[in-house]
Design a protein around this ligand. Structure first.
Ligand code: HEC
Length: 118
C-alpha cells in the first residue's frame, strides 16, 4: 500500500507541475524568446529600409539612432512621418508589426551597447 500511496503523490505532483507549466500565460513581451524573434525580424526590416542611411544604427546620411534615448513610439512616429531628409514609410511599406519590430531592434542595439559605428 505504501508504494501505491507514493505513486499517487508523485502523480499528483506531476499533475500540479504540468498544470503550472501549461498556465504560464505570460504576455509575449515578457518572454525572452518572443523578444528575440521580434528583434531578428526588426533587423531584417532595418537592413531593408533603414540601413542605407543609418548604417547599423550609426550615423550615415541620417544621424546615429542607436545611442539615443528614443522611446519606441518616437521611433515609430519617425518611421511613419519621416522628418527632414528622412522619408516616411507608410503601412504598405512597413507594416505595424514591422515598425514595432524595428523599434525593438533599435532598443536592443542601444541596450547591447552596439552603438558607435559598429
Ligand atoms: C534616406 C535616408 C534615410 C532612411 C532610409 C531612413 N532614415 Fe532615419 N533619418 C534620416 C535623416 C536624414 C534623419 C534626420 C532627420 C532630421 O532630423 O531632419 C533621420 C532621423 C531618424 C530618427 C530620429 C533620430 C533623432 O536624432 O531623433 C530615427 C529614430 C530614425 N531616423 C529611424 C529610422 C528608421 C527606423 C528607418 C527605417 C525604417 C530610417 N530611419 C530610414 C535619414 C534616413
Amino acid at each position: 500500500m505504501r508504494v501505491v500511496a507514493g505513486a499517487a503523490v508523485i502523480a499528483t505532483l506531476a499533475a500540479v507541475t504540468g498544470c503550472t507549466t501549461a498556465r504560464r500565460g505570460e504576455p509575449l513581451f515578457h518572454s525572452p524568446a518572443a523578444v528575440d524573434a521580434k528583434v531578428v525580424r526588426g533587423e531584417k526590416v532595418f537592413m531593408t529600409h533603414c540601413h542605407q542611411c543609418h548604417p547599423n544604427g550609426a550615423a550615415g546620411l541620417g544621424p546615429a539612432i542607436n545611442n539615443k534615448p528614443l522611446p519606441a513610439f518616437m521611433i515609430r512616429l519617425q518611421i511613419r512621418r519621416g522628418m527632414g531628409a528622412m522619408p516616411s514609410f507608410p503601412k504598405d511599406r512597413i507594416s505595424e508589426e514591422d515598425a514595432d519590430a524595428v523599434a525593438a531592434y533599435l532598443l536592443f542595439l542601444r541596450k547591447e551597447g552596439k552603438g558607435g559605428g559598429g
